[in-house]
Design a binder for this molecule. Structure first.
Ligand code: TXE
Length: 478
C-alpha cells in the first residue's frame, strides 16, 4: 500500500489537505508516497503548541533530554539501511551516500544527547566586594526550523537535536520534495518520550506554511538552510521583529590545484567534491582552479575519470551518481549548461541528460573550461556541473578562489606546507580543506561560512550553543 505522510502538531498526527505526490526522481512511474499539506491556521497551531510546551520543557531535567536524544540517535543508527533506502528513493543520492547521511543524523542526535548534560556556565568575581557573578545559558525559546531538500535527514538532525538538547521547543518545516524523510524523523521523535508540543513537524509550501511559521508572534528564533533569495527575504522579515536568526545559504566553493599537487589526490577530491551527491551540496566544489603547469594534465585525467562514472538508479550498487532531485532543479542545471555554452565555455565532459531504464531526472556529470566571469563560474548551480579555471600561479589561484560573493568552504591540493598554511589563513571561507574534497564534514565541529553564504552563529558541535541558548548574567549579593 502507498504510504501517506502526515504532519505532527501538538502530539497529534494531522492529515492536512490534498494528496500530493512524493516523487521518486529516479523513477517517476513509482512515487515514494503521498502527503497532505497544512494551511496557515494549522501551522499557527503548531507554533502555539510549541510555545505552550516551552515553560515546562525549558526547565526539564537534562538527563531526560539526553535519554530522549540518545533514543532517537540510536534508533536512526539501528535503522540506517532502511532510512537510507527511503532517502535514496526520495532525494536520489546513492544508497551508500544515503546510509552515510542516516548514520550522520544518528551520530548528531547522540552527540547532542551528551551536550544536554554539558551546558556550560561561568562564575566570576565581581568588581564589587561581596558580590558574585554567575553567567548561565537558557533556552532561546520556540525555534522555527526551515530546511532544504539536499540533506533531508542530516540537516534537520543538526538543527532539531541541539534545539531540544538545550531545552527549546521546535516547529520543523521540511522542504516540499522530501516529506517522507521528515515524516520518518518525526515518527521516531513521536515515540521518544517528548511531552506533546515540544516537537512539531509541518508539511507544506514555503509560501504558506513557511510564511505562517516565520510571521507567528510566538516564534523566538529561526534557523534556515536554503537558497540565497529565500534566506535574504526571511532575514528582512526577521529583522523587522528582531527574531534571532541563523542562515546557511549556499556556496560557490573553490578547489585550488597547484602544480606541486599529487594529481591523483586532486582528481579524486575534484570528482568527489563536484559530482558526488549529484553536486547537490552547499559545499560542492563547483570551481576547480588549476595552476597552468598542470591544467591540461588535470583536465585529461578528469575526463578519463568522469567517463568511468555510472549515472542511474541510486539503489543499484554499481551506480556512482543518482538523479537530480527534482524536475525544477534539472531545469536549472540544464539552463546553466546552456549559459556555459552561451558565455563561451568549452564543454569538457557531459552536458546532456542520460537515458536510463526508468524515466527520471538523470544528468551526466558536466565539466566546462570557463572564464572567471562566466555565469557557471559565479552563480550557485546546485547540480553536477563544474567549471575549470586556469590560474597563472598560487597568488592568482588564491585571488580567483576569493573572487566570489560566497564564502562557505575552500579547498587546496598541494604538497607545499607553505602554500597550504598561507591558503588556510587567507581563504575567505568558514571552512578550509587541504588535500580533501570541499564537501564532507565531521558531525561534531562547527559548520558554516562567511560573506553571502551564512549569517549568524555557527551550526553543529559545541558552537551550536551560541544560537540555541541565550546568556543570563546574574549578580548575587548575600
Ligand atoms: O530552496 P528554497 P529550494 C539552492 C539551490 C537550489 C535552490 C532552490 O541553488 O537550486 O536553492 O532550492 C522554504 N517563507 N539551495 O527551492 O526556496 C522551502 O519550503 C518561508 C541551496 O529548495 O530556499 C524550503 O523548506 N520558507 C541550499 C526552504 O525554504 C520558505 C540547499 C528552502 O527553499 C519560503 C537547498 C518563504 N517565503 C537549496 N520560500 C544549500 N546551499 O545548502 C521557501 N521556503
Amino acid at each position: 500500500m502507498e504510504q501517506h505522510f502526515r504532519s505532527y502538531v501538538g502530539g497529534q498526527w494531522v492529515d492536512g489537505s490534498g494528496s500530493h505526490t512524493d516523487e521518486n526522481p529516479a523513477d517517476l512511474a513509482t512515487p515514494v508516497g503521498r502527503y497532505g499539506v497544512l494551511d496557515a491556521a494549522a501551522t499557527a497551531q503548531a507554533v502555539d503548541a510549541a510555545a505552550a510546551a516551552l515553560p515546562a520543557w525549558s526547565l526539564s531535567n537534562p538527563q531526560q533530554r539526553a535519554d530522549i536524544l540518545d533514543f532517537v540517535g540510536s534508533e536512526i543508527l539501528a535503522r540506517k539501511e532502511e532510512l537510507g533506502r527511503l532517502l535514496a528513493r526520495e532525494e536520489g543520492k546513492t544508497l551508500a551516500e544515503s546510509i552515510g547521511e542516516a548514520t550522520r543524523a544518528g551520530q548528531i542526535f547522540r552527540f547532542f544527547a551528551g551536550e544536554a548534560l554539558r551546558i556550560p556556565g561561568e562564575k566570576l568575581a565581581s568588581t564589587r566586594p561581596g558580590v558574585e557573578i554567575e553567567i548561565t545559558r537558557e533556552p532561546v525559546g520556540t525555534v522555527g526550523i526551515i530546511a532544504p531538500w539536499n540533506f533531508p535527514l542530516a540537516i534537520p538532525a543538526w538543527k532539531i537535536a541541539p534545539a531540544l538538547a538545550y531545552g527549546n521547543t521546535v516547529v520543523f518545516k521540511p522542504a516540499e520534495i522530501v516529506p517522507g524523510c521528515a515524516w520518518a524523523l518525526a515518527e521516531i521523535l513521536s515515540r521518544a518520550g517528548l511531552p506533546d508540543g515540544v516537537f512539531n513537524m509541518v508539511l507544506g509550501s514555503g509560501r504558506t506554511v513557511g510564511q505562517a511559521l516565520v510571521s507567528h508572534p510566538k516564534l523566538d528564533a529561526l534557523t534556515f538552510t536554503g537558497s540565497v533569495p529565500t534566506g535574504r527575504a526571511l532575514l528582512k522579515q526577521a529583522a523587522e521583529r528582531a527574531l534571532k536568526v541563523q542562515m546557511e545559504m549556499g556556496g560557490k566553493n573553490p578547489l585550488v590545484v597547484l602544480a606541486d599537487a599529487d594529481l591523483d589526490t586532486a582528481v579524486e577530491c575534484a570528482v568527489n567534491g563536484a559530482f558526488f551527491s549529484t553536486g547537490q551540496r552547499c559545499t560542492a566544489s563547483s570551481r576547480l582552479i588549476v595552476e597552468s603547469a598542470v591544467h591540461d594534465a588535470f583536465v585529461e585525467r578528469m575526463q578519463a575519470r568522469l567517463a568511468q562514472l555510472k549515472v542511474g538508479d541510486p539503489l543499484d550498487p554499481s551506480v556512482h551518481i543518482g538523479p537530480v532531485a527534482s524536475g525544477a532543479q534539472l531545469e536549472t542545471d540544464l539552463s546553466y549548461i546552456r549559459a556555459g555554452h552561451e558565455d563561451g565555455g568549452e564543454l569538457l565532459a557531459g552536458g546532456a541528460r542520460v537515458d536510463c531504464a526508468t524515466e527520471g531526472h538523470f544528468l551526466a556529470p558536466t565539466l566546462f573550461a570557463a572564464q572567471p566571469s562566466h555565469r557557471i563560474a559565479r552563480e550557485e548551480i546546485f547540480g553536477p556541473v563544474a567549471a575549470v579555471l586556469r590560474a597563472d600561479d598560487y597568488e592568482h589561484a588564491l585571488a580567483l578562489a576569493n573572487d566570489t560573493p560566497f564564502g562557505l568552504c575552500a579547498g587546496i591540493c598541494t604538497t607545499s606546507l607553505r602554500h597550504a598554511s598561507h591558503f588556510r589563513r587567507h581563504a575567505q571561507a568558514g571552512m578550509v580543506m587541504v588535500n580533501l574534497p570541499t564537501a564532507g564534514v565531521d558531525p561534531h565541529v562547527p559548520f558554516g561560512g562567511r560573506k553571502a553564504s551564512s549569517y549568524g552563529p555557527r551550526e553543529q558541535g559545541r558552537y551550536a550553543v551560541e544560537f540555541y541558548t541565550t546568556v543570563k548574567t546574574a549578580y548575587i549579593a548575600p
